[in-house]
Design a protein around this ligand. Structure first.
Ligand code: AMP
Length: 192
C-alpha cells in the first residue's frame, strides 16, 4: 500500500505515539523531524549543534536546515513506497517545499491527518511528559512558546490542506487505542 501522509496537531496532542502506531499498520516509516534533531543533538553532529540553539527555546529550526534534512530523509529507499511525517511541515513554506520534493518524483500527498486537542489538555500532558522523559524543551516557559509558535506558524497549515480536500481531523482526547482507531477509520476511505 502506498501512503504519503503528514500528521498535524499541537505539541502534546500525541503525534509521536500515534505516528509510530499508524505507520506500523500501514507499513511505512514514521519520520519525526523532532526525533531526527534530538538524535543529532545527542550525537553531537554539526546539524545537532545548529538545531539545539532553536529546539532549546522552542523556536523552529530554520527552513534551510530542516528542508534539506527532510529532502534527504525522503530520498532513502524505505520512504519510496510511502511515509508518515510527524512534525513536518510546520509552516506554510515547508508545505511548499514538501510539495516540491514530491513533485520532483511525480508524486503528491495522499492525506493530512490532524489530531486535535485543547490547549489546557496539551499543556498538562507535556508537563507530565517532562517528568517522565525529561525532554529539554518540556519546561513550562518553553512549552508556552512552542504553543505560540504552533498557533502562529503551524495551525494555518490545516487550512491549506483543507482547501485541497486532503485534511482529515481526528479528536485526540481519549485512550491511545481509541485515537489510533479514529485515525485508521479516517484514513480508510482515502488511502489504498
Ligand atoms: P517535536 O518533537 O516535533 O515537538 O519537535 C521538537 C523541536 O524540534 C521543535 O520545537 C523545533 O525546535 C524542532 N522542529 C521539529 N520539527 C521541525 C520543523 N518541521 N521545522 C522546524 N523546526 C522543527
Amino acid at each position: 500500500m502506498s501512503a504519503r501522509l503528514v500528521l498535524l496537531g499541537p505539541p502534546g496532542a500525541g503525534k509521536g505515539t500515534q505516528a509510530v502506531r499508524l505507520a506500523e499498520r500501514l507499513g511505512v516509516p514514521a519520520i519525526s523531524t523532532g526525533d531526527i534533531f534530538r538524535a543529532n543533538i545527542k550525537g553531537g553532529t554539526e546539524l545537532g549543534r545548529t538545531a539545539q540553539e532553536y529546539t532549546a527555546r522552542g523556536a523552529l529550526v530554520p527552513d534551510s536546515v530542516t528542508n534539506a534534512m527532510v529532502r534527504d530523509r525522503l530520498a532513502q529507499p524505505d520512504a519510496a513506497q510511502g511515509f508518515l511525517l510527524d512534525g513536518y511541515p510546520r509552516n506554510v513554506a515547508q508545505v511548499a517545499e514538501l510539495d516540491a520534493v514530491l513533485a520532483d518524483q511525480g508524486l503528491t500527498l495522499d492525506a493530512a491527518l490532524e489530531i486535535t486537542a485543547d490547549a489546557d489538555v496539551v499543556v498538562e500532558r507535556l508537563l507530565k511528559r517532562a517528568e517522565i522523559e525529561g525532554r529539554a524543551d518540556d519546561t513550562e516557559p518553553v512549552i508556552r512558546h512552542r504553543l505560540d509558535v504552533y498557533a502562529e506558524q503551524t495551525a494555518p497549515i490545516s487550512g491549506v490542506y483543507a482547501e485541497r480536500g486532503l485534511l482529515l481531523q481526528v479528536d485526540g482526547i481519549g485512550e491511545v487505542d481509541e485515537v489510533t482507531g479514529r485515525l485508521v477509520e479516517a484514513l480508510a476511505t482515502r488511502v489504498g
